[in-house]
Design a protein around this ligand. Structure first.
Ligand code: BES
Ligand code: ZN
Ligand code: ZN
Length: 468
């Protein structure tokens, strides 16, 4: 894993196809019965022996279709060292999309494979935008910074959970930090003595103790102050509400939110955006053991609210509650707070595997986020927090129970988190359970395994809300 410089060289190039090659290519594509369907790709060898990759684009080309097409091409170039992407760009944002797609598509995770089985990925990507684009070099540098962090997030998600314990997560992140991001960490002992009842309750069943990681980026001038809070369950067995064996392996991805907020703050700091950021990663492993939290145990979240843990598999909201309360305590002049979590299976039932949900308490703040996410090429959809579901979280014994009405489970989880936020502070809750981890086929620039979802939206949101 490397934070700065994934090793891919990215340059602007003028290399192009001769008209003779172009007409040869047109004929070859027709001969190959290319239909021009999205994600359709053809690998052809031209008469001079060069490998040509042709990828279909939809009739109406938008930024995301360019990003995906470049990703498809990059994925089909596994085993090759360098390539030129000759796609004509109308403007800077198209160049950025192609650069992002090409870099994202070239991702591979070989850390836990023997040398012989790793085919190697592109080390040099040249892009011919077909015309002169102002600030092309800066645009490529920005794409490189953002994608390097998406790749780091993917790496963290793909690492096996016995390797990526909460402690290891902290150590790897610390190594990846640029000099303008500061880290502080709370150990298990500190979490216990300082009253972080959510993180300790979830982590107490594991031999790998929990942590709370806090990162700060403070630019000399900042136009906005945000806190990002990410769910960092390094493995979710469900605890004593043990999950079925089938599919449990995907729960190594239950730290995707934590990884996303860490990657986002690093990218924002490397881009030197005028936005002050606090990133919080509550980290724990949700295990089954004699010391695990029992259904009906009552815990005290940081700040004093009590929660009856009726279901230890609804653990994400418990660690997030601690971190949300702390994030607001540390910085009460925030312009907004955003949490990112693989929080509920209900999210996937509601929106499928590729669209994430956004809930919150401020429609304007949410709509600005949705605009940024759309430009960044990530699919989010707004969801409500209906007041009538709130009483289902009442507990006869504690201030609140950790589960409520089953129908609308994603919204109930959002309502639970809302209890821990002060009124008036713009807050967004991103449930990324579906899109964070791809268990199906690769597509576009999305590989199998960790996706690195939400990072590009967070970074772009910081970019657009801090621009003049
Ligand atoms: N980590 C899971 C949610 C999840 C499920 C993420 C599938 C990605 C894919 C979460 O901790 C969980 O288990 N939630 C429970 C909540 C329920 C007990 C109220 C769920 O969704 O079943
Ligand atoms: Zn769970
Ligand atoms: Zn979980």
């Amino acid at each position: 894993m490397s934070a700065r410089g994934s090793g891919v060289e990215l340059v602007v190039s003028a290399q192009t196809l001769t008209s003779a090659t172009e007409s040869w290519l047109q004929k070859a594509l027709l001969d190959s019965r290319a239909k021009g369907e999205v994600d359709e790709v053809r690998s052809l060898v031209d008469p001079s022996g060069r490998l040509l990759i042709a990828v279909a684009l939809p009739k109406k080309v938008d930024l995301e279709s360019l990003r995906r097409a470049a990703g498809v091409a990059a994925r089909s170039l596994v085993g090759h060292k360098q390539a030129t992407f000759a796609i004509s760009c109308a403007d800077a944002s198209e160049l950025n999309a192609i650069a992002e797609g090409a870099l994202l598509g070239s991702y591979q995770f070989n850390q836990f494979k023997g040398d012989s089985s790793s085919e190697g990925s592109l080390v040099k990507i040249a892009i011919n935008p077909g015309r002169s684009i102002k600030n092309a070099t800066q645009i490529l540098a920005r794409a490189q910074i953002v994608v390097d962090q998406v790749k780091m997030v993917r790496d963290l998600i793909n690492m096996p959970p016995s390797f990526l314990t909460p402690e290891k997560f902290v150590a790897l992140v610390k190594k990846a930090l640029p000099s303008n991001v500061q880290a502080t960490v709370k150990t298990h002992t500190q979490l216990k003595s300082e009253g972080y009842g959510g993180i300790t309750a979830v982590g107490q069943g594991s031999a790998n103790p929990p942590r709370l990681l806090h990162l700060t980026y403070r630019p000399t001038r900042s136009r906005k102050k945000y806190a990002f809070v990410g769910k960092g369950i390094t493995f979710d067995t469900g605890g004593l509400a043990l999950k079925p064996a089938q599919g449990m392996e995907a729960m190594k991805s239950d730290m995707s939110g934590a990884a996303a907020v860490v990657g986002a703050i690093i990218a924002i700091a490397q881009l030197k955006l005028p936005v002050a950021i606090d990133a919080w990663a509550p980290l724990a492993e949700n295990m089954v053991s004699e010391s695990a939290t029992r259904p009906s145990d009552v815990i005290t979240i940081y700040g004093g609210k009590t929660v009856e843990v009726l279901n230890p598999d609804a653990e994400g909201r418990l660690i997030l509650a601690d971190a949300l309360v702390r994030a607001v305590e540390v910085r009460h002049d925030l312009d907004g707070i955003i949490d990112v979590a693989t929080l509920t299976g209900a999210q996937i039932i509601a929106l499928g595997k590729r669209t994430a949900a956004v809930m919150g308490n401020d429609d304007r703040f949410r709509d600005r986020f949705l605009d940024a996410a759309r430009s960044a090429g990530e699919s989010f959809w707004p969801m409500p927090l209906p007041a009538e579901l709130r009483p289902s979280l009442d507990s006869p014994t504690a201030d609140l129970a950790n589960i409520g009405e089953r129908m609308g489970g994603m919204l109930v989880a959002g309502l639970f988190l809302k209890e821990f936020l002060p009124e008036g502070l713009p807050w967004l809750h991103l449930d990324i359970a579906g899109p964070s981890y791809n268990e199906d086929q690769p597509h576009g620039y999305t590989p199998v395994g960790g996706v690195g979802f939400a990072l590009r939206s967070l970074v772009h949101f910081a970019e657009v809300t801090s621009a003049r």
